[in-house]
Design a protein around this ligand. Structure first.
Ligand code: GCU
Length: 731
């Protein structure tokens, strides 16, 4: 029988090399960037730190072995035992183990160095999240019989279960395999009260079970789990839960679960939280899952790396379908090929049994800072082949950056495609998201396409009656996601869509939106204390079990407008609005309900639907509350009073492509762009010229959005507009 001892207590932490003096007493999980990794300024400590603790030799019976198990050491670790280096592990997100047995004295000293500094071989190196350092997940000591299930290879669970479902026959064929270290003749397998004994050959044993009238793992509706157990004569035993389900991804039908249409609709999650960094407890994981279940999501993209085993377990138990991935991100490194392969091998080997995992993600926006050359393509082919070799049951995918032209050869490597788009936030217009997918789907009708990232930053403090792209208001984030939700609902062939992000997270290089060190695209704040209005939009669309109603803008108390919009999200079909206790209006509809309300003082506003209610107080004020806007950002400048624009002439509100068609207007625009490119060292023009996708995308943007994007002043924009207004459009 194996015993697993928690080994989280009694560590001494040293920010530099260990010395004779005591270090800082710490308990694992631990990160040394819990504070400086989240406060912005890009100054968080990145280097090599040490964890040291003593180990008394455990009582061992006939040939028992002692293994150290480390479930997360970011990013590179070396294990020294009584001064001897026993192991090195490169990759901050996976489990690895070290056999200590033959090095044990009565009293032993264990020292683990952990490094999160810059380098050019271990991913991630360039990305929009904090690279926390530390032993940030549990460490355990395993004592196992001489003959035991494998521990050494890639942090394997030692048991592998492959259920193949036959939906017509309502049965599943379940192959259970196990790998053994030490001398063993046979393995006794048990699945669903059926037992088979199989011989061990070359350290491997397998058995095949048939489950008649199989109880399917059916997503959030019924995430039924079976258990497989493997037992040796030595008494060592391992077990794993597994689920019987059938996933299909079809270019026209989208995602199917157990034969029925099941569009994957959800979001992404980083593994960190305000104040604790990435040293999360099981309670933290459970709280996140509870929020995800409230939202009504049926999928998660666990970005941008391998997450904790406990969280994949929670996805299995809650029926959440998962996109798992490695941190091959942003910029390809020639010296990083081996690391991509080792991180992928560990991700697949360690997580193969989770029924929730549907796809393996090869990379994220890897062409953002790298060209698509043969080296990059080969690295992706090697990863793709590795996934298929280790796992014949799951497809591969990758998240592509919006500038990557849809004709790129890299898109032919993974089994299914997906894009990260930020039209309507970083650049361009919301409608360009619709156009992009319709164009891809029309050009490649036989290629499944997904929407792996989309989002807009929002600080719940910031509010606006005229929300607009880039204002960081909770109001604009809601408007943005209302458009995206409609876009997605009209395209069931999008096999998966993932809001970036479900939770605000640490991006220490950022300082924007009034919060230093955070990416605020979350539907929920970093401390999980505040759900933004957009959270309730998706809850209204996705949560089918808990009736609710939500008044948007409850943080927008001081209102300058005489007639204000009261927006309500609900999963009910009828909403009544009460103002100062009196019924104002009842509306029927779906998800989003909008009311117009004249205000003249302080008002109590209440939305009721079914037996639910949501209440807020608002008041009419003369001057905008300065707390509601980003410091330094003028209250929303309505760049032009639409009455000033002569629609028969060109203006900055026209799209770039249209303007460039006109000989006069086109000359002016091209001059402006080449001047702009010259200012940016010419690379902008080159980059655009060489990228048909970018040209196509920019041609669809309005000139004013491009000008604002490039930081042009209101005066410059008005001056250009005056010139364009002097040019008649062809009738
Ligand atoms: C990218 C990237 C994310 C990042 C996001 C953003 O798509 O994949 O890691 O956080 O954009 O800019 O918010």
């Amino acid at each position: 029988m194996r015993t697993i001892h928690s080994f989280n207590q009694g560590w001494q932490f040293y920010k530099t090399k260990p010395t004779q003096s005591a270090g800082e007493a710490v308990t694992l999980p631990h990160t040394w960037n819990a504070v400086d990794g989240q406060d912005g300024g890009n100054d968080y400590y990145r280097g090599t730190c040490w964890y040291v603790r003593e180990l008394k030799k455990p009582e061992l019976r006939d040939g028992e072995r002692v293994w150290l198990e480390i479930n997360g050491a970011a990013m590179t670790a070396e294990v020294y035992f009584n001064g001897e280096k026993l192991a090195r592990h490169e990759g901050g997100y996976s489990t690895f183990r070290v056999d200590l047995t033959d090095h044990l004295d009565e009293n032993n000293s264990l020292a683990i160095s952990v490094d999160n500094s810059d380098n050019d071989t271990v991913y991630p190196q360039k990305a929009d999240f904090t690279f926390y350092g530390g032993l940030y997940r549990d460490v355990n000591l395993l004592v196992v019989p001489a003959a035991h299930f494998a521990l050494g290879y890639c942090g394997t669970p030692g048991i592998k279960v492959t259920p193949i479902v036959d939906l017509t026959a309502r049965c599943a064929e379940v192959t259970v395999e196990a790998w053994v270290e030490g001398e063993a003749k046979e393995v006794r397998f048990t699945v669903d009260s059926q037992t088979q004994t199989a011989p061990v050959e070359d350290g491997h044993a397998a058995a095949v079970f048939t489950l008649e009238n199989v109880h399917l793992w059916d997503g959030v509706d019924d995430p039924y789990l079976y258990t497989a157990v493997a037992l040796l004569d030595s008494g060592d035993e391992v077990s794993t839960h597994f689920g019987c389900r059938k996933f299909e991804i079809d270019a026209q039908k989208g995602f199917l679960l157990n034969g029925r249409s099941y569009p994957l609709r959800g979001g992404s999650r980083h593994q960190d939280r305000f104040g604790v960094g990435n040293a999360l407890s099981l309670e933290h994981h459970k709280e996140d899952m509870a929020i995800i279940r409230e939202l009504g999501a049926n999928t998660l993209r666990l970005a941008h790396y391998q997450h904790a085993r406990e969280f994949y377990d929670l996805c299995d138990e809650n029926g959440i379908i998962v996109w798992a991935e490695i941190p091959y991100i942003t910029q390809h490194m020639t010296g990083g090929r081996a690391n991509t392969l080792s991180q992928m091998e560990e991700l697949v080997v360690q997580n193969y049994n989770h029924p929730s995992i549907a796809v393996w993600g090869l990379s994220n926006e890897i062409t953002a800072a790298s060209t698509v050359n043969e080296e990059l393509l080969e690295n992706h082919r090697a990863l793709n082949d590795l996934c298929h070799r280790l796992d014949a049951t799951r497809p591969t995918t990758m998240a592509n950056v919006f500038m990557l032209e849809i004709e790129s050869p890299i898109l032919e490597i993974p089994d299914v495609n997906s894009y990260n788009l930020y039209f309507g936030w970083y650049l361009g217009e919301l409608e360009q998201n619709d156009e992009f997918f319709d164009e891809f789907h029309a050009k490649y009708p036989d290629r499944p396409i997904g929407f792996s990232e989309y989002g807009a930053d929002a600080n719940p403090q910031y509010q606006s009656p005229m929300p607009e792209k880039g204002d960081y208001t909770e109001s604009y984030q809601a408007v943005y996601h209302e458009h995206m939700l409609q876009m997605i609902e009209a395209r069931p062939w999008l096999w998966a869509t993932h809001v970036w992000n479900l939770f605000d997270f640490a991006a220490d290089g950022r300082n924007e939106g009034g919060k230093n060190g955070q990416n605020q695209k979350g539907l929920v704040t970093f401390d999980r204390k505040e759900k933004k209005d957009a959270f309730y939009l998706y809850k209204a669309a996705w949560n089918k079990t808990e009736p609710f109603v939500h008044l948007c803008g409850s943080r927008y108390v001081d209102r300058t407008e005489d007639v204000t919009e009261i927006k309500v999200y609900s999963n009910q079909s009828e909403v009544s609005l009460y103002v100062d206790g009196k019924l104002a209006e009842t509306k029927s509809g779906k998800t989003v309900f909008k009311f117009k309300l004249p205000i003249s003082g302080t008002h109590s506003v209440e939305a009721r639907a079914a037996s639910c209610a949501s209440v807020m107080l608002i008041r009419k004020v003369d001057a905008p509350n300065p707390e509601y806007a980003l410091p330094g950002r003028a209250t929303v400048v309505n760049w032009f009073d639409q009455g000033e624009i002569d629609p028969d002439c060109y203006s900055v509100n026209d799209k770039l492509g249209e303007l460039q068609q006109d000989p006069q207007a086109g000359t002016i625009i091209n001059q402006m762009m080449s001047q702009g490119a010259a200012q940016h060292g010419g690379d902008v023009a080159t980059a655009v010229k060489d990228n048909p996708g970018l040209i196509r995308m920019m041609s669809r943007m309005t000139l004013i959005s491009l000008l604002k994007q490039s930081g042009a002043s209101a005066e410059q924009i008005q001056q250009l507009n005056r010139v364009l207004q002097s040019i008649k459009k062809p009738q």
